[in-house]
Design a binder for this molecule. Structure first.
Ligand code: ZN
Length: 270
């Protein structure tokens, strides 16, 4: 028992020493102007980040919803590049995503990338320490292609389940589908499923499209409600596929998708 106490106090001493050294390093590297909220959080961490850049990373990691909002707001400032449409590809060269599950990001595509000093997610200039505003009047940081906030937003959009505890607390631990209590095994769901965004809404202007990956389209629902929702969606998808194939195989030589054809197919199915 005594041994365990000694080990604990050794560990606490080491931690205190490490934090003293980290604070000194951070203070030495800190510019005259630095976002106060970031510094406050850094100095309050159990392990103090030793550089301004790490302090900023740590701040955004703690605020993924703020990062999500900021990334979408910055993307709105950029707008979509002229001639861009949401397309899939999957080869590394083009930068096109392989799946509709990846958020559309024109500035990650080779044809539209703005190059060093611009964020590949939102398209806006990246400043010192990966910050999104030029607090230092130093111009764009030519070594950076991501805002620290956009890194976190990108992770959130691609894997929102990583923030399940936060999303659960936003819903006051109630299931968004049934209104009942959220169980431990509740799941994160896209209110409008992403396959539907790709199939039916892909012409939505960018960056409004990004809202489907961000907080506005996310909900936490219990596993049974989620399974029922997925089954409904799968049924809708297969009905849509069946209808499309029926339309395509109709014998009279009108174009697929022609309203006459659709009406005819619907009648045959009824
Ligand atoms: Zn950005």
């Amino acid at each position: 028992m005594r041994g365990a106490e000694t080990r604990m106090s050794d560990w606490q001493q080491k931690k205190a020493e490490r934090n003293r050294a980290a604070t000194l390093r951070l203070q030495r590297a800190l510019p005259a102007i630095f976002p106060p909220a970031v510094l406050r959080r850094a100095l309050g961490r159990p392990f103090i980040p030793p550089t301004p850049r790490l302090a900023i990373d740590s701040y955004w990691r703690a605020h993924p919803l703020r990062a999500d909002r900021l990334a979408r707001a910055h993307a709105a400032k950029s707008g979509a590049p002229a001639g861009w449409t949401w397309r899939l590809g999957g080869d590394r060269k083009s930068g096109l995503a392989a799946s509709f599950r990846t958020p559309p990001a024109p500035y990650r595509e080779r044809a539209f990338a703005r190059g060093a000093g611009f964020c590949c997610v939102c398209g806006q200039p990246v400043y010192r320490f990966g910050w999104h505003a030029d607090l230092w009047n130093a111009g764009a940081n030519r070594n950076a292609t991501w805002h620290c906030a956009c890194v976190i937003a990108w992770q959130f959009w691609n894997a929102p389940s990583g923030e399940a505890p936060l999303l659960r607390s936003l819903q006051a631990r109630r299931c968004a589908q049934s209104g009942g209590r959220l169980w431990r095994n509740a799941e994160i769901d896209h209110h409008v499923p992403l396959f539907r965004v790709w199939n039916e809404r892909r012409d939505t202007l960018w960056p409004a499209l990004l809202d489907y990956w961000g907080l506005p389209n996310l909900q936490v629902i219990n596993r049974d409600a989620h399974a029922a929702k997925c089954a409904d969606e799968a049924r809708d998808r297969s009905a849509a596929r069946a209808l499309a194939s029926e339309i395509n195989t109709l014998s009279f030589p009108a174009k697929a998708g022609n309203p006459v054809n659709v009406a005819h197919a619907m009648k045959r199915r009824a």
